[in-house]
Design a protein. Sequence first.
Length: 535
Amino acid sequence: MFISGFYSFISYHDYGLLAPEVLLGFMAIFLVGSFVGFLLATAGPTNMRAMGFAILLFIFFDIEFGLIEEINDFVTTQTNRPLRYGALIISLFLIQMAILGLRKHVASILATVFATTLITTLLIPGSKVNFGPQPVAGQASTALDTPPVIHLILDGHIGIEGIPLDIKGGRELRELLINFYDRWDFRLYGRSYSKYLMTYDSISNLLNGETSTVGGKMAAVSHQHGKVGWKPVKNEHFRRFSAAGYKIRVYQTEYLDYCQESVDAIEYCYRYSSSSPQLLRSLDITTVEKSELLLGSYFADNSYYRITHKLLGIITSVLPEGIGKLWSRKNYEFSSIGVPAVISKLKSDVLRTPRGRLFFAHLLLPHGPYIWNENCELRDDSDSWLSRRMDHEDLLSISDHGYRDTAYKYYFMQTVCTVNLLDDLLRALDENNLLEDATILIHGDHGSRITLADPVSPMADFLTSRDYIDSFSTLFAVRSPAVEPGYVTELSAIQPLFTELFLDGPATADDASVYLLSGPLKHKQPLDIVPIPKF
């Protein structure tokens, strides 16, 4: 069962079946699977064997098809956890009853089905991830002879005055960022913030100049394919540059797809992975560690793993500190691994064809996992590749101060790496006489989101001012011949700020409010309007 699933997983991600870490993964599955099969074969009561089969099948279907998420969406919202787990238990019971009905035939049926699946996948290759240049509808007209415009979104970059100064490295990072943007003659907004917690709301609203102080208006976004693939339904920013005669070059992940916009002026679209294990291939870490990460990225995304993890976490939390720390959930997302290479590609493209183009890049830095040190060298201990949330849990979980401090330590390192990459880009522009008349916008989409509790309405009783600042304070810096450099201290939401600077909208007084999701990760939910604390 799981060899067929893992083979499909590796094949889909185009990893390479003969890579040593993949072969090691198959061996591990074979050994563990043989042992579990032996236990099932020798288990006593039929009901116990049926339950074992049911659990294994349920895990498989959850990994392959997101079964639990489908049950969640069908039954209830994610805030109603008892009903969600009730649906899980009922579904498991129904599978067990079906297995009991088959009785002695179940093993041969399952063996036949999954052997057939494996052989079919071997003989008839299925779809694979598609990264790199993407097909676009851009027309081959001549670009304008106008200065380049470079628009960079740094995902998860906290704002200058939002940096926690009580954590070691915070004051040094604040000073570094202020000096960096001052040295390159940017107008830097120290107290800028996003009105939205989630990327698809924040950026979709920003690109279209859509904000509201009445009723919590959300951006129009649609879900394209499964768990990823959001897109702005419209993109006024691109349309304006298209109408002005610019060609647009886009660098993005599959998570938020700007290239689905029907603007002929998009002449180039480059897609890099937001979390494919394919990113592991180029890393200089041991084969065993790569294999562990590959297996984890396949097996860890299921409800049984999360429930078991929670139970073990509760048990170990009451044990002595040394023992309690033996259990921790590893991070099996790899979002930030490929970004330095994307920035390098962006730089070479700008230097090669700068004139008459808007270069638009959504970069998952300093977004987690925090894997780079200050010099953009890989920290090779993958156990320390932390994310913003303790044990990588969802928006309804609580973190702790120790984890937050450690995560920020690594986040600060990765932010310094990001600055170094930007410095290299700006230096190259300057050396090629492209910087003086270029327009460069660099901003975040939300804060670091390294919180103790996340700012969603169900968590209101747990929230502190620091949670709001960690979540919404974000970077905004612009460099242009038409913009006076300097440091701005007024509170400024990035959505109306972008409207004023790039969409010719009116300057509006800041209302110092942010929009809270009424529940976790439900994009059509209403938003609750609350004031943002002073920072």
